[in-house]
Write a protein that binds this ligand. Structure first.
Ligand code: HEM
Length: 486
């Protein structure tokens, strides 16, 4: 009898629970679909796909596995445009070159960049990636011309070369020292970033910037909260210190009346048509933004390049042969590399492009629809997130045959237009791409002509931090060829 009563109570509770869940689900979908039917675009339907559970949507499915498996499973099931719900936002994912071009290039005015406020606070709200319209266009022109005008890039070759040599020498120093390749590449790309922003910067300032920037970088990927002592709060404090250090550097430049052609110089000298200059906040947000954009990205790609070359001895030998010819031209390395040489290493260049494709370290980007948008008979409602999936496009066999195979020769022919976007596309595409390529090519030149390296351990997985890098940052040993024990 008692058992029966308990069973009835349990059945009742289960029923009640299921009813609540069902009501929540109905309410949730009612709200989403009501917004849709209210829209003036009634003939258009939402893209296919699932919005998952209330509030959490499909966030757990996305983050409980390799995110690329999530994207490609969805693409197989629903096609090149599908809806989902992640991180609290209804979203539309786009896996075709045409759709990516629509969002990023031809109809970019219908979409705005969107980042969590917690992240915006750490970089600085006036940084380029968070902006759109007039301010973005003006600032972008300035940053682009400072980073990529051939004149400024050519001037950087010797300094980048010195940084590459110094990094490699330090890895090969010490008996059998195992280094974390990704961490070391981060130091190298940070130093190149500093060079592009400040030219030759006093070592004391550089160390202070590095120390505090590291704390900001750690906090960027941590859970945002207001509890003192957590990684996020430490990052906010380090962000304040960074601003102070930048203020000191700017003050010193102004005091000494130094006019430089580096990025800081461009930002300090900027005046719009009304004679308005940039504020100190705008300048520091953009400096921190560029450092942020320059470091982990380039370091991840370089780490992959080392792995791909290490795994393919024949390819490595061919790259070595190409680079040794340049070394000989430069009297065995006694003469510095030239800009023209960095533009004429076709095989190494193709290895870099194939690494960018294979690793697709920026798998996708986010935008938000600023109005209801119709695309290919589908409605993308105002406020929904829109995610062009670069990686899916780079790994689509229709555009890159046998896409899982690392094959630099595929770049002997240019890829179909809008199918290769490692640096994005359109108004927010990467203004640092030429600098990133230059620093990668110069490092490869010195690495393969004067050093040998061996990957330690047999782990073959991928780690996300947040960009994909080989497991454990690719632990490796480096030797200088002349002091090679073998
Ligand atoms: C291999 C290295 C790099 C990769 C793969 C990469 C990739 C990208 C991508 C895909 C975007 C566009 C994001 C979007 O559309 O939402 C972007 C934007 C950006 N990148 Fe890079 N990047 C690299 C290196 C650099 C470097 C070295 C710098 C600066 C020195 C830099 C500065 C920027 C900036 C400032 C933006 C924002 C542009 C805007 O919003 O207008 N990047 N990058």
């Amino acid at each position: 009898m008692e058992i029966n009563i308990v069973a009835s109570i349990l059945t009742y509770i289960t029923f009640l629970f299921l009813t609540i869940i069902a009501s929540l689900l109905s309410y949730y979908y009612f709200i989403i679909y009501q917004n849709y039917t209210k829209s003036k675009h009634r003939p258009y339907k939402l893209p296919p796909g699932s919005l998952g559970w209330p509030c959490i949507g499909e966030t757990l499915q996305l983050y409980s596995q390799d995110p690329n498996v999530f994207f490609s499973t969805k693409q197989k099931r629903y096609g090149e445009i599908f809806k989902t719900h992640i991180l609290g936002c209804p979203s539309v994912m786009l896996a075709s070159p045409e759709a990516a071009k629509f969002v990023l290039v031809t109809h970019s005015h219908l979409f705005k960049p969107t980042y969590p406020k917690s992240k915006e606070k750490l970089i600085g709200p006036s940084a380029l990636f968070f902006q759109q319209g007039e301010y973005h266009a003006r600032l972008r022109k300035l940053i682009l011309s400072s980073l990529t005008s051939p004149n400024s890039l050519q001037k950087r070759v010797a300094d980048v070369e010195a940084l590459a040599i110094s990094a490699l020498e330090s890895w090969a120093r010490g008996e059998e020292k195992v280094i974390n390749t990704f961490h070391e590449m981060k130091k190298y790309s940070f130093d190149v970033g500093i060079l592009a922003i400040f030219g030759q910067l006093d070592a004391n300032y550089r160390e202070q910037l590095k120390e505090n920037y590291c704390i900001v970088n750690k906090g960027y990927n941590s859970f945002p909260n207001s509890v003192p002592g957590t990684a996020y709060q430490k990052a906010l404090l380090a962000r304040k210190r960074l601003k102070q250090i930048l203020s000191d550097i700017i003050y010193e430049r102004e005091e000494k009346k130094i006019v430089e052609k580096d990025l800081l110089g461009h930002l300090l000298n900027f005046k719009d048509e009304k004679g308005q200059t940039l504020t100190k906040d705008q300048i520091s947000d953009n400096i921190i933004g560029v450092l942020f954009a320059a470091q982990d990205t380039t370091a991840s790609v370089l780490t992959w390049i080392l792995k791909y070359l290490h795994d393919d001895q024949k390819l490595l030998d061919a790259v070595k042969a190409e680079q040794k010819t340049i070394l000989e031209e430069n009297d065995g390395g006694r003469k510095p590399m030239t800009w023209a040489q960095t533009r004429n290493m076709p095989l190494t260049h193709r290895v870099m492009l194939e690494s960018l494709r294979m690793a697709s370290i920026i798998s996708f980007t986010f935008r938000e629809a600023v109005t209801d948008v119709e695309y290919n008979g589908y409605l993308i409602p105002k406020g929904w997130k829109v995610m062009p999936l670069f990686r899916n496009i780079h790994h689509n066999p229709e555009f890159f045959s046998d896409p899982q195979n690392f094959d630099p020769s595929r770049f002997e022919v240019s890829p179909k237009v809008n199918t290769f976007m490692p640096f994005g596309n359109g108004v927010h595409s990467c203004p640092g791409n030429e600098l990133a390529k230059l620093e990668m090519l110069i490092l490869i030149h010195h690495l393969v002509t004067k050093f040998r390296w061996e990957v330690v351990g047999s782990q073959s997985g991928i780690q996300y931090g947040p960009f994909p890098v080989p497991q454990n940052g690719l632990p490796a040993r480096f030797w200088k060829e002349s002091s090679d024990p073998k």
